[in-house]
Design a protein around this ligand. Structure first.
Ligand SMILES: Nc1nc2c(ncn2[C@@H]2O[C@H](COP(=O)(O)OP(=O)(O)O)[C@@H](O)[C@H]2O)c(=O)[nH]1
Ligand SMILES: [Mg+2]
Length: 197
């Protein structure tokens, strides 16, 4: 066997598989928080102060002290295993940035739909979008303080999800919690794609 010089002692090192995961959900559901909680790189954010002009459009009722809004998207990276790296793309929360979704969705393995049970209807559009495009997704219920806790099945019913779509309660601020969500997305998406083949 002939190894190149640079291979010596590290022939077990493989290039990791990189997967693209979208993070969607309503305005203030916790997308930026989620990406920031797990990302190994400083999340690339394009936030701007909520401007007077955006105020009538950006409904902040029920959203804690939110003074910035993500204009384009959040971007982050997490190594789940040494051979598996996820790139996270937060979708823009506001309707006026819908045109970016199709660009972002290209090549995505799966998605997280973040839901806030105080404003569940805010994630209908994301659920709809991924169902229509056949992109596997997990619904992650971000458990805000003061929000009623509903069992997973109640959320599944309220969103009229397919029985196979995972629903997980999470805290978008907690790395381990977010990791469980991401693992669920990867597993679910891989099963869905195996079932299609
Ligand atoms: N209590 C609580 N607050 C959260 C949680 N996730 C996000 N927040 C707060 O809710 C607000 C909106 O979150 P953000 O990540 O900006 O939402 P985005 O619009 O979906 O990106 C921020 O002030 C966060 O600090 C959570 O799990 N619990
Ligand atoms: Mg955001």
């Amino acid at each position: 066997m002939v190894y190149g010089h640079s291979d010596m002692g590290r022939s077990h090192v493989v290039d990791p598989i990189t997967l693209k995961i979208l993070v969607a959900g309503g305005f203030g559901a916790g997308k930026t928080t989620l990406v920031g909680a797990v990302s190994e790189i400083k999340p690339l954010r394009t936030e701007e102060l909520l401007s007077e002009a955006g105020r009538p459009v950006d409904d902040i009722a029920g959203v804690e002290a939110k003074t910035t809004t993500t204009v384009a998207m959040d971007f982050g990276r997490i190594t789940l295993r040494e051979d598996l790296v996820l790139y996270l793309f937060g979708t823009p929360g506001q309707d006026r940035f819908w045109f970016l979704w199709d660009e972002l969705a290209t090549g995505a393995l799966g998605a997280v739909v973040l839901a806030d049970t105080r404003r569940l209807e805010d994630c209908f559009a994301a659920v709809d979008y991924f169902e229509r495009r056949g992109i596997a997704f997990t619904v992650a219920v971000n458990c805000f303080q003061g929000a009623n806790r509903y069992p997973e099945d109640a959320v599944r019913d309220a969103l009229d999800l397919d029985p196979g779509t995972p629903v997980i309660l999470c805290d978008a601020r907690e790395r381990e919690s977010v990791k469980s969500v991401l693992i669920s997305v990867v597993e679910h998406a891989m099963m869905a794609s195996a079932a299609r083949r």
